[in-house]
Write a protein that binds this ligand. Structure first.
Ligand code: SF4
Length: 507
């Protein structure tokens, strides 16, 4: 982080500011580099995350801000965790509850449908994104809806919902501020919890100036929020339908729970009389007794705050209103049958694995070119399209930090390693990597060749011309420094010392 930016994020007493306070301080006008955009998507061609990451890192103000903001969240999460003695017990419980529910998913889904129907909720089933969008459109058309307000939902991102509705002349207004910023900028969310975290306030000022006519030179957070409120409230109040997601679906009561910090889900659900909730089938939990385990873990893991500001239970339609729940599969049943990759379904979308990941913090969520970024994205995205997302499992240092912070104990780094093996087995590996892996395999398979290669490698590292490592074609070399080569390898040291102790060459 630059000294100037550190000063921005630190109060006069030298304390790190909390997320909200840091966000509300006006930025100095010197921070004006353009916002780096996300990965280039070319049909079904493999996404080049490292290319987009390089562009993000080259925008040094953005990179430093992003890294600092997310690391701040990680530190707050740690502080909360240390305040709860039974933290590990909670993680074990949460993992166990999710595993139990997933192992009896058909039972709990039917139980939810029965109880929700008894509560007056109309339950729909969608096998994929297209079916989900068609079901929602049918509900909206049959009631003459032209404007829908919607709270943030990663599932609807999976389904391409906003684009679909735009093609069908239904206006969708996001009620989450970060998501609304992304909508106005025609970008996907870059993080599951803080969708516009990759943007500087000067970026937001520029987006609002172009879309809602605010002052482009005023990047004060209060001013920008007020402008957005003024512009959006009339649209929200005149919407004929509202949409939410659902964090937890309670089978025994036929109800669902939505957690937000802005109260925007409540706005979406309670302003119009028609409420549609789009929910992935993995969000089930057996009963209300299990809910507090997740409520205690979710916000602490996500933002390092003890609880979300709003934890709303939706039990049925209001008087004179309608409530629909669309339960969406979209590849989840198939993932449940994947021996190594089913635990990804335990995810409660807290984003903690993103906040801790050194690759994510420095490359920005949009560099992944997929609905889910960061460590959780590396293990989920290839289940949607193995060819397109085949490079993503390599965007990890494999330090295991993601696994350590995950509140539902998903073995993320092990799955990343398993994806690498699976992709290699399926031939889904880039030609350069294939050649390098083959050569490495041959060297590592033979002790004689391996030992012979060590001095050669050392000498090459010392004497290779600089441009051979640091050039446009070698993305590995960018942002990496080659460590100083040691005078001798461990193998040489070992042989020499054992020999001097009279144990000879055979040891
Ligand atoms: S994988 Fe774990 S840490 Fe990452 S978003 Fe999901 S629940 Fe949170």
């Amino acid at each position: 982080m630059t000294a100037e930016l550190h000063e921005e994020l630190t109060d006069p007493d030298g304390e790190q500011l909390d997320h909200g306070a840091a966000s509300s301080r006006p930025l100095k006008s010197r921070i004006s580099e353009p916002q780096p955009r996300g990965a280039k998507i070319r049909g079904n061609r493999p996404v080049d995350q490292s290319e987009a990451a390089n562009r993000f890192m080259a925008a040094t103000e953005h990179e430093a801000m992003h890294d600092a903001r997310l690391w701040d969240l990680r530190q707050k999460r740690d502080k909360e965790m240390h305040g709860i003695e039974e933290w590990e017990e909670l993680r074990n419980l949460a993992s166990g509850i999710k595993e139990h529910t997933l192992s009896k998913l058909d039972y709990y889904l039917e139980l939810f449908e029965k109880n929700a129907t008894a509560n007056g909720i109309k339950v729909h089933w969608a096998k994929d994104g297209a079916e989900h969008n068609a079901i929602v459109l049918e509900i909206l058309r049959s009631r003459g809806v032209e404007r829908l307000i919607k709270s943030k939902s990663m599932l609807t991102e999976e389904c391409g919902f906003r684009e679909f509705m735009a093609h069908n002349n239904v206006e969708v207004i996001e009620t989450d501020l970060g998501e609304r910023i992304q909508q106005l900028d025609d970008e996907a969310p870059s993080h599951v919890v803080v969708p516009a975290v990759h943007k500087l306030r000067t970026d937001v000022a520029s987006v609002f100036a172009k879309t809602i006519g605010s002052d482009p030179d005023n990047a004060d957070a209060h001013y920008l929020t007020e402008c957005q409120r003024e512009a959006t409230r009339p649209l929200i109040l005149s919407a004929q339908a509202g949409m939410t997601g659902g964090n937890f679906v309670v089978a025994e009561t036929g109800t669902f729970v939505v957690c937000t910090n802005e109260g925007n889900a409540d706005l979406s659900a309670n302003t119009p009389l028609l409420h549609i909730a789009s929910i992935g089938i993995e969000k089930l939990i057996p009963g209300l007794n299990e809910l507090p385990v997740f409520i205690r873990l979710l916000s602490r893991s996500a933002l390092g705050s003890p609880i979300t500001q709003y934890t709303s239970h939706f039990r049925g339609p209001r008087e004179g209103g309608e409530m629909h729940v669309v339960l969406v599969d979209n590849g989840r049943s198939e993932r449940l049958g994947m021996e190594k990759f089913w635990p990804g379904l335990k995810c409660i979308r807290c984003g903690a694995c993103m906040n801790t990941c050194p690759v994510f913090r420095r490359s920005g969520g949009l560099s992944y070119g997929a609905t889910y970024a960061g460590p959780i994205g590396l293990i989920i995205d290839p289940t949607f399209n193995v060819h397109k997302y085949r490079n993503l499992p390599y965007s990890s240092t494999m330090n295991g930090s993601c696994t350590n912070v995950c509140p539902v104990k998903i073995n993320i780094h092990e799955q990343i390693a398993d994806w690498r093996k699976t992709l290699a087995g399926e031939g889904e590996i880039s030609p350069v990597k294939k050649v390098m892996m083959k050569a490495a395999g041959e060297v590592l398979a033979s002790p004689v060749v391996y030992r012979a290669s060590l001095p050669l490698g050392r000498s090459a590292l010392r004497h290779l011309p600089h441009f051979m490592l640091y050039n446009k074609l070698n993305t590995w070399g960018r942002k990496r420094d080659i460590p100083e080569t040691p005078k001798q390898t461990f193998n040489e040291w070992y042989r020499r010392n054992r020999k001097s102790q009279g144990e000879g060459e055979n040891s």
